[in-house]
Design a protein around this ligand. Structure first.
Ligand SMILES: Cc1cc2nc3c(=O)[nH]c(=O)nc-3n(C[C@H](O)[C@H](O)[C@H](O)COP(=O)(O)OP(=O)(O)OC[C@H]3O[C@@H](n4cnc5c(N)ncnc54)[C@H](O)[C@@H]3O)c2cc1C
Length: 471
């Protein structure tokens, strides 16, 4: 059978755009379908707006704390409309890179409209039917709205609408203490809002090494962010613009009221209209598409990539998976995913970055041997920068090999690739000792941890031997 396209890609976010440009670059005829905005969540409602907003918020924190830098600057009134205009300006600056025009220029046929998969080779977009040898589902995810009684009658914001706020909330109440709630919550706090974060867990950062929470709870306490942990939301109501969240804590009910409410309670996959069940595309119990390590679904010619597949919902992961989809759809071989070296960063201040195995994960797999921790406050540059909170933890497997790392610090996201490289190259904890680091840099923390490791490995009998022979 002759098809209109080699590949039909559904969804023009991080994953879909990478597949479309990569496959076209290899000579495939590609259709790219999008039902909302080119660029997906990352550009429009995720990474870019949040990080742009956070830059302003973290600057505000430095201004507020200017006395610590021997200045007496004062944060004037925050015009949130202007802050959010800057967010929109940065999105507009990046937009052309992900635009319909640019992709058409690359040779991709871009279709904007509502799409539906009709059968395993046919996709309908509005009135048009397109056929493809392969279909790639890259439809992403959306914020989960939990079934809380009363929520449907309340004016709340999500990551899709929070960047449209024009007035700084006096009190922002947040349901969900995951990365989105924490980053945005801390950002609003730095701009001057009172912030309360409600979460049902007894601690936050549950996917990170346990030492992260020990540090971050002090950070949030310093920031005067109210945390309502182990709080179960019972109901919500709104009167005169005041949103009241009724929670249960230790068997007692308590009301938390604010003039703004952010719901950031996890994600759900975008699979509406894809007819997955009818097609026989298998999903897990949360509705995420199950794929092989070649990103192939249970239907041979249908592939999936990005948030819609579930694990590790990051832009870099969408790009990584898409990079496997391209050769696998075109050549039938060329790449298998491995999730043993995935980095992630929560862009709080300080940032929390991780790559590879955490200690609990490595222990569970029986590959954990030991770990090394070095505190950031012992690094000269951190003292100069007044970055007091943070540490580097290396997770070590057999023979001192680095299999994971957690780094907390203002520049953690920028420095964690050093650990990625060490893991990829199967380097030992001592590896950074022989590298010359510029002084003073916070990255020296890697070298200091290597020195500690060498010191620890240097046994008393070795010292005695040296004494006997050389001294
Ligand atoms: C507030 C926030 C902050 C974030 N910050 C970061 C960060 O700092 N770093 C990081 O790595 N990740 C971050 N993420 C996660 C990141 O945005 C996602 O992991 C990434 O966008 C996933 O890419 P994707 O291509 O799978 O999905 P998306 O980017 O969501 O793209 C999917 C596209 O498919 C379209 N679509 C859906 N259904 C259909 C259909 N039926 N037909 C046609 N088109 C359809 C959607 O409109 C969308 O454009 C953040 C997310 C949020 C919400």
């Amino acid at each position: 059978m002759k098809y209109d396209y080699h590949i039909i890609v559904i969804g023009a976010g991080s994953a879909g755009l990478t597949v479309a440009s990569g496959a076209t670059g290899l000579g495939a005829k590609v259709a790219l379908l999008e039902n909302h905005k080119m660029g997906g969540d990352c550009l429009n409602y995720g990474c870019i707006p949040s990080k742009t907003f956070l830059r302003t918020a973290h600057l505000a924190k430095d201004i507020t704390n200017s006395a610590e830098f021997a200045l007496n600057a004062k944060l004037g009134e925050v015009n949130l409309k202007k802050v959010m205009q800057r967010v929109k300006d940065v999105i507009a600056e990046i937009e052309p890179h992900d635009s319909k025009e640019r992709f058409e220029g690359l040779g991709v046929d871009v279709f904007l409209g509502e799409s539906q998969i009709i059968d395993k080779h046919t996709v309908q977009i509005d009135e048009r039917k397109l056929t493809g040898k392969k279909i790639v589902i890259a439809t992403g995810s959306t914020g989960r709205i939990p079934p809380i009684p009363g929520l449907e009658n309340v004016n709340y914001v999500t990551n899709k609408t929070i960047f449209d706020l024009e007035d700084l909330p006096e009190h922002l109440v947040i349901i969900g203490g995951g990365p989105i709630g924490l980053e945005l919550g801390q950002g609003f706090r730095h701009l001057g809002s009172k912030v309360t974060i409600i979460d049902q867990n007894d601690h936050l950062f549950p996917k990170d090494d346990p030492e992260v929470w020990d540090v971050m709870k002090k950070v949030f306490a310093d920031d005067k962010i109210d945390l309502c942990l182990q709080c179960k939301v019972k109901s919500i109501n709104e009167t005169n613009n005041l949103k009241s969240v009724i929670v249960e804590l230790d068997g007692k009910e308590k009301t938390i009221s604010g003039d703004a409410l952010l719901v950031s309670a996890g994600r759900i996959p975008n699979t509406k209209g894809l007819n997955l069940e009818k097609l026989g595309v298998k999903t897990d119990k949360r509705g995420y598409i199950i794929t092989s390590n070649k990103m192939q679904t249970s239907i041979k010619n249908i592939f999936a990539a990005g948030d819609v597949t579930g694990p590790f919902q990051f832009t870099h992961m969408a790009g990584y998976q898409a990079g496997k989809v391209v050769p696998n759809t075109i050549l039938g071989f060329g790449g298998k995913t491995s999730y043993t070296m995935v980095p992630w960063t929560t862009y709080t201040k300080p940032e929390v970055a991780h790559v590879g195995y955490t200690q609990p994960w490595a222990e569970q797999l029986g590959i954990y041997k030991e770990s090394m921790i070095f505190q950031l406050e012992e690094i000269d540059r951190a003292k100069a920068d007044n970055d007091r909170y943070g540490f580097l933890k290396l997770i070590l497997g057999k023979k001192g090999k680095i299999i994971g790392a957690t780094l907390v610090g203002d520049k953690a996201g920028e420095m964690i690739p050093l650990a990625s490289l060490a893991i990829a190259k199967k380097m030992k904890a001592s590896a950074f000792a022989s590298i010359i680091f510029s002084y003073p840099t916070q990255a020296e923390i890697f070298q200091r941890v290597s020195f500690e490791y060498l010191k620890r490995s240097f046994k008393d009998w070795m010292k005695s031997l040296i004494k006997k022979i050389f001294l």
